[in-house]
Each structure stands twice: as structure tokens, then as C-alpha cells.
Design a protein around this ligand. Sequence first.
Ligand code: PMV
Length: 357
Amino acid sequence: MTEEVFKAQLNPSNFSDFRVGWKSPSNIALVKYWGKKPVQIPANASLSFTLSESCTSTEVQFSLAEASSFDLVFEGKAKPSFHPKIQDFLDRILPYCSFLSAYHLSIETSNSFPHSSGIASSASAMAALALSICSLERELGGLQNEALFFQKASFLSRLGSGSACRSVQGPMMSWGEHPDLENSSDLYGTVFEAELQEVFKSYKDTILLVHKGQKSVSSTAGHDLMKGHIFAASRFEQAQMHLTQLKSVLQNGDLEHFIRIVESEALSLHAMMMSSHPYYILMQPNTLAILHSVMRYRQETKIPVCFTLDAGANVHLLYPESNQTEVQAFIEEELSLFCEQGAYLSDAVGKGSEKIV
Ligand code: PMV
């Protein structure tokens, strides 16, 4: 499939006013995307759990206008600092949504997780906005096919923030061509279709908030540093191999192997940051303290709890729902002490985005 299929030729005058809203979740990658080619094409395939609690809710009022424009309210207040990112996104998707040039968008958006929690909202935010734009396209007569609707929403989300393309549906989505993933694409995310072992359908993710502030190096800068990185080729190969292995593990329920792959992915991601030029470290001392505690606790109790990291200092603690009681006690008694003001968010694997208006 080429990008051409996503180019909409529709008549905007069919609808002068249209209001729609979508709630989209964040996602946590088990096999990480780190490194890309222009424009937002991943250097390797990735696979993530879609979350259920950490979400962005976005409502958009589309009104016919002389030229494309937008205003934005975030949690009840104007937020000019978000404008450049939204403007870039709208400019980038215009070739695929030319009808947008005839609309003013009034965007109202809010997150379910606290602002400045150190949780990136770009994935959930871009997915909710892309879905809202696809809903308008559907009202105008396009995207009548359900599969194409979600493909395009994921395609547009990707142009806003790469990993956002995995926030459209659940419970797991892959992104990036991979020989073992049927229908996988570099252009959009695809629901992971193999039958998941029961244990993974309700997997828990407790996000331990080690550092609530902005990270010192953005993901965009990090992806860029993979260009010419001395270990880049091996890293991309490793990710492809991990995905092949993870596909089997997700079907056979081998939690020991699951843990080995997931923790290795997290540490490899940070190893890439620490070995780039310039090098940098996003883990904090308390991140490392948590990783050591998790490994020790797992060894002592045999409870299959493991960690993963995104591009920041916070730790995602992953474990089966059946171990929730013991792990909750471990978090309260030990891990929360390493969190900023003891803060953590309780999340779990989710179903994907939901239409709210
Ligand atoms: O989508 P971006 O550009 O914010 O990059 C996301 C990168 C990681 O979160 C570190 C990994 C991933 O696959 O989500």
C-alpha cells in the first residue's frame, strides 16, 4: 500500500459545522522504536501495549472558514506553547486531508494523567486529534470502510509523533514492516493479530514517576542521534529479532522469556543514548535504584514482575493481574520511596481509542 490511498478528495461544503470527540490512550513499547528515516519512517519495527487509564480526551468543533486555522484550549486554558506542534502536524497532514483548508478547528483537550507528571502525552494527543479529523472525513463521505478509517487515523497520528500511530487501537499494536507480522507497515500501526495468551490481556503497568519534569533531551533529538550511531545497525537488527521472539512469547505465555526481551529492550534503548555523540543519560539515580529493587524482588519472590523504560527517567512496572496484591505492597513499601513525592500511576493494557462525542 502507498500513501496515495490516504489522499482524500472531498467537498468540504457538505458540512458547515461538525463536532466530534475522541479519547485516546498512551502506549508503552515492549520493542522500542528508536531511530527513523524521513518522514517518520521507523528504522525498525516496534510493538506496544495500549494503555487504558493514561488518556487524552479531545473534542473538535470544525467550522467552515476562509482558510485553515485553529484555536486550542488545554484543560480549560489557552495553551499557546502547544500551537507550533499542532500547526506542524496540520501542515504535514494537509496533503492527505485537503478538506481541512476550508475549516477552522476549535480544539479542546485534556489529559487523564496529571500535567507535568513526566508522562509524554504526544502519542495520546496526536491519536485523539487524528481520529477526530478522520471522523470529519467520514462525515464528508470518505473512510466508510472501518479498517481504512483506523489505518488512516494511525497514518496521520504517525505524522504527528511516530509512536502515536500505536495509540489508535488495542490491546497491542505494532508499527514498522516485519517479516513475521502480517500486514505490518512503516506507514501506520497495525493491531497485533496473533492470539494473545490470556495473561497478557489484562497485564498491569504501574508507572513509577521518578522525575516529573521535562526530560533534558527530546525524543526528536534522540532519534536524530541514531543517524551515524556506531551501534545503529546492530540495534535495528536486535529489535527485529526481539520482535520475532516476542511474537512467540505473547502466544505461548513464557513470562521468563517475556521479561528477558522487555528488560533488554529498555536497557538497549538507554544504552543507545549513552553511546551516542553527544552522549546523554536520562535515567536518574532513583531509576537505577528501582531497576535493582525489581530484579532483586523477582529473584527472591519468583513473581514475574519486570520493568521497561521510555525515553525518560520514569519506570513502567509490568506484571500479571494475578500478582497485583503482592506487587502493590512492594510498590507501596519499597518502590514508591524512589518516586517524586511518592507518585505513581496505576494502569493496565487497554482496548484502544473511544469515540466520546
Ligand atoms: O514517538 P516518539 O518520537 O516520541 O518516540 C518514541 C520513542 C520511545 O517511546 C522511546 C519508544 C517507543 O517505541 O515508543
